[in-house]
Design a protein around this ligand. Structure first.
Ligand code: MN
Length: 734
């Protein structure tokens, strides 16, 4: 076991100002508190905190961290209390040890809740002080190194947790070495066969190539030095787990991995990198297609390096990474943060700005940590901003869903499962119904409200921030549009056949699919619905004797004539909610997709009494416009989108409808009140009132009203016009 003075010496090696007294006291205190406790291995328990402290010195951490490493299990496992530690070591140390204790207590929670809870608490704990996390990682590393002494039934759980939580956290912290080792230890437990196979193969391979690698390394060193380059060369062998995940990711065998052995060449300047590359390529043949210049074109995560693969004297491949010491530091410490951004769109200016900020922070933190010249206050006040671009949310069952910042409940739903996203109609955040588009926050518990009848509205595509959600919404929209068109197509064909006096059956269409180069009846119907195929052409394909005096093609679409007009006339429009006695008939529209959503044009909607028309927008549904609406001009060339609708208002219906008027009034005291009185007195509601323009004498305003019907609206407009303070009142048609 490491002696007291040995530990102090380890710290003193990188920190001459070491607080010897603190370390000595912590050493003695922890040793006494753990007393005769034993680990599963039979070793004295104190050997564990001591090893944890030693790992922290490897990371060149500050005195407080090392002391906390020694003390980290005392509150949980011995008679020590937080108050006592505070009294002996001060509140600062007590707080850190307490953070570790909290995390440890969470290990005992139930299996389902444990992981999520663990990470949530971990994050909360470390947001106070990043050192809690650093000590926890060192603690976990030592536990993983000695996991063979743990009861077999407990090993899997610990290894899983390490793989899922602690190794990625180490990665995000930029501690690549720690991450690699945690992963390898966990991999060995979780997949012992694969671990063994890969380790054996690595050993075999190393036997075969060791000498050759040695030769290349010596040779390379000499050549670079001859070329006047000051270079440091490191041999490099991949870790079993990273080989395993690469094999899985690329579905390849061990033998196909070409970069198991490699070198890293570290030089002084950027120019040196290219000079070194030239020397390497002159000395050995390179493998075509393997050269990558990440210096001129850095990776997303700012990783910079030259990569090349050469063929050595004995035909073995070796991968070389050539970079400066600076680039190397960033690669080791900074690269790990990049999974934070995987899901977001690249090229977004904000994102890039945030990204480089996160990197600057990460790099600085980790450099401080690594170099050990961190002033105490630096670590103490460091918030774990590594996670600033990510939010951690939870399902009601405690499953953790990590999302990029700005993600909404819709993203959450899609992250849980595509089906959940597609059927999502609402969300309860922390138990309260919350707008779907509201960005989620750290620790939110999100429950998705679902309806099987739901389809994701296309507009969601611009709200969500995750690629998964966006792709799924696009997919759902595409298939919905096709469904709508094929519904419309079927309807059109039925009418057209009727008008032509021919029998119409869907199965007849199967025989003529080839004529129109389709393989699916649904596709053919959708093509008719879109207007790509004329209904007459379909009739003709089935009944070759069919003739028409009308020209084929788009003339058949002229809305005012023939079967199409008949088809449109048959559509009966019921306002949603207008008729409470729906007799179980849920459809606002007959003859079309039952689920087609209907809405009023957002500007100056129609009121009963207006002649109205519906415009079908694939993927959105039908929008109702008053026939005089100027917005309709935009659809003049698309008669196939027009749908005749009519009011079906119940006489007893007491529903009011939104509409909009434009009023110009004299700037006189009380004119606004007069307007409000007229409108209110006539039993209409004012929803909103906006000042459009305020001239010295007149004010122009726009008023959103709710009225019973057109008669009601006209009466209000007339009443307003009759007042002397009002110069004009007109209805606005959206
Ligand atoms: Mn421990």
């Amino acid at each position: 076991m490491m002696r007291q003075y040995e530990l102090v010496e380890r710290v003193a090696a990188y920190n001459p100002q070491v607080d010897e007294d603190l370390l000595n006291r912590a050493y003695v205190y922890a040793m006494q508190k753990h007393g005769s406790q034993k680990r599963d291995s039979g070793d004295p328990y104190f050997s564990h905190p001591l090893e944890v402290a030693a790992i922290l010195t490897d990371l060149k951490l500050d005195d407080a961290s090392v002391a906390v490493g020694l003390l980290h299990d005392t509150i949980e496992d011995t008679s020590a209390t937080r108050d006592e530690i505070s009294a002996v070591f001060g509140e600062r140390i007590a707080k850190l040890v307490d953070g570790l204790t909290k995390i440890k207590q969470l290990d005992l929670l139930s299996r389902e809740a444990r992981q999520a809870e663990n990470l949530r608490k971990l994050l909360l704990a470390v947001s106070d002080d990043v050192r809690v996390l650093l000590v926890k990682l060192a603690d976990r590393l030592h536990n993983m190194r000695t996991i063979e002494f743990v009861k077999p039934e407990k090993r899997g759980r610990i290894a899983e947790e390490t793989m899922e939580i602690y190794a990625p956290l180490a990665g995000r912290m930029g501690m690549q070495g720690l991450r690699d080792e945690l992963e390898d230890c966990a991999f060995r437990v979780l997949n012992p066969d694969a671990y063994e196979t890969i380790t054996e193969k690595l050993a075999e391979l190393s036997e075969q190539t060791d000498r050759a690698v040695e030769t290349i390394m010596t040779d390379l060193t000499a050549r670079l030095s001859d070329g006047g380059l000051k270079a440091e060369i490191k041999g490099r062998q991949k870790r079993p787990h990273s080989i395993f995940s690469k094999m899985q990711r690329k579905s390849i065998g061990f033998e196909q991995l070409s970069d198991i052995f490699g070198f890293r060449v570290l030089v002084e300047t950027c120019d040196d990198c290219y000079a070194a590359l030239g020397i390497v390529h002159t000395a050995w043949p390179m493998v075509p297609g393997r050269f990558k210049d990440y210096i001129s074109t850095p990776k997303q995560n700012e990783y910079r390096s030259l990569h090349t693969t050469i063929i050595g004297p004995e035909k073995q491949r070796a991968e070389l990474q050539i970079r400066t010491h600076d680039m190397d530091a960033l690669a080791e410490y900074g690269i790990a943060a990049h999974p934070l951004y995987k899901d977001e769109v690249i090229g977004d200016h904000d994102l890039l700005a945030r990204e480089s900020k996160a990197y600057a922070w990460l790099r600085q933190t980790v450099e401080h940590i690594a170099q050990g010249d961190a002033p105490e206050e630096f670590l103490e006040h460091t918030k774990l901003e590594l996670f600033q671009d990510q939010v951690f949310c939870f399902t009601p069952k405690g499953r953790l869903i990590a999302l990029p910042r700005g993600a909404t409940a819709i993203d959450f739903a899609y992250a849980v499962h595509t089906d959940v996203g597609d059927t999502c109609i609402g969300a309860k955040v922390n138990g309260k119904l919350t707008p779907l588009i509201q960005p989620l926050e750290n620790g939110d518990e999100v429950e998705i409200v679902r309806s099987e009848a739901q389809r994701p509205p296309p507009a969601w595509e611009s709200i969500v921030v995750t690629g998964k959600a966006r792709a799924a919404i696009r997919r759902a929209t595409r298939s919905h549009v096709r469904e709508q068109y094929s519904g419309l197509g079927g309807h059109i064909l039925q009418r057209a056949f009727e008008t032509a006096g021919r029998e119409y059956r869907q199965d007849l269409l199967t025989s003529i699919l080839g004529t129109f180069s389709h393989t699916d009846v649904g596709d053919l119907l959708a093509a008719v619905g879109r207007g790509d195929i004329a209904a007459d052409a379909v009739i003709k394909a089935i009944y070759p004797d069919f003739t028409t005096d009308r020209k084929q093609g788009r003339t058949a679409w002229r809305p005012e004539e023939g079967w199409f007009a008949a088809a449109r006339a048959s559509l009966k429009f019921k306002l949603p909610g207008a008729n409470k006695k729906t007799n179980g008939e849920a459809l606002p529209l007959r003859g079309l997709d039952q689920n087609m959503p209907v809405r009023f044009s957002p500007e100056g909607g129609a009121v009963p009494g207006d002649r109205i028309v519906g415009i079908m927008t694939p993927g959105e549904g039908v929008t109702i416009f008053p026939i005089q609406s100027p917005s309709l001009i935009a659809f003049e060339d698309e008669p196939d989108r027009w749908i005749d609708v009519r009011w079906d208002i119940d006489a007893e219906s007491r529903e009011q409808y939104p509409t909009r008027i434009h009023v110009s009034a004299l700037n006189e005291p009380g004119s606004l009140a007069a307007i409000a009185t007229i409108i209110g007195g006539s039993d209409a509601n004012i929803d909103n009132l906006r000042m459009l323009r305020r001239a010295p004498d007149f004010t122009e305003m726009e008023i959103d009203l709710e009225v019973w019907d057109l008669k009601h609206l006209n009466r209000i407009v007339q009443d307003l016009r009759s007042k002397s303070i009002i110069s004009n009142a007109v209805r606005v048609n959206g």
